[in-house]
Design a protein around this ligand. Structure first.
Ligand code: FE2
Ligand code: FE2
Length: 263
């Protein structure tokens, strides 16, 4: 099975770059399923119903999230009911949103998990204990298990990767919005990358217009954020999962630039 996973879709520019290019990308790799991180989908912060439905209509099948998931309080009723968006499983309120997603893709069952890191992140329960408990009930022998680890610290992400090697099909990092070039298949067959990057305007500071952030840091005065529309990129990975073992045969890092304004 081929899974395309896209890093944090940032605001309208992120959605528009998907609208124009996702279908072609899916055809290029013959993907069976497309998953994307939606935590910045609306205007860089949170998920609105309207933005989510647009992104799904462009070809995303399922979504993960992260620390910005609850940034749009008006969207809580939608997020409670939407079965295609996965919240971090180790967040304290288990009753809002999907703790994991189970999806039948052809003859295979896919389990989609989202975990949040604890280092330099909002409060969350231990992702290590949480995923350990989950894997006592669900096994890679019967399921493809895909994990989006939404975390800041490289060390925490790599520790989780070694912890889960051979127990999940893939563990990919999100949240920093900067793609790392360390994609690999770990010794026991789990695909790993520290961060898949961001889909949106990269002529920015992690999605926000760069002059706003420069001024905010330089002057110490916060200014309202505006989403960058320049340096449009799709960032992600394509995973080729083995039909027999549910481990990963190949991980391809994807970084496509569309307007040449990222310098
Ligand atoms: Fe993000
Ligand atoms: Fe985040």
């Amino acid at each position: 099975m081929k899974i395309l996973f896209l890093g944090d879709i940032y605001g309208k520019p992120g959605r528009e770059v998907l609208k124009k290019n996702l279908k072609h990308l899916k055809n290029e790799f013959s993907v069976d399923i497309c998953i994307a991180n939606f935590e910045n989908l609306d205007d860089g912060r949170g998920i609105s119903e309207k933005a989510a439905k647009l992104a799904f209509s462009y070809g995303v099948d399922y979504a993960t999230s992260g620390n910005h998931l609850w940034d749009k309080p008006d969207s809580l009723p939608y997020l409670k009911l939407e079965k295609r968006i996965c919240k971090p499983m180790n967040y304290p309120k288990p009753d809002i949103g999907m703790n994991f997603i189970s999806a039948q893709i052809g003859a295979k069952n896919l389990l989609l998990l989202n975990l949040a890191g604890q280092s330099f992140m909002p409060p969350a329960n231990s992702p290590f204990e949480c995923v350990d408990e989950f894997l006592e009930k669900y096994s890679i022998t019967e399921n493809i298990i895909f994990v989006d680890f939404h975390a800041e610290a490289t060390a925490e992400k790599r520790a989780m990767a070694w912890f889960l090697d051979g127990r999940v099909s893939a563990l990919v990092g999100t949240h920093t919005h900067v793609q790392t070039a360390d994609e690999q298949i770990l010794p026991q067959g789990t695909a790993y990358i520290t961060d898949v990057g961001m889909t949106g305007g990269h002529a920015s500071v992690i999605g926000v217009q760069k002059d706003i952030i420069i001024d905010s840091i330089k002057d110490g005065v916060h200014k309202p954020y505006k989403t960058s529309q320049k340096g449009l990129e799709i960032n992600g990975v394509m995973l080729d999962i083995d039909d027999h073992t549910n481990l990963t045969n190949k991980i391809i890092r994807i970084r496509r630039c569309f307007d040449g304004e990222n310098s």
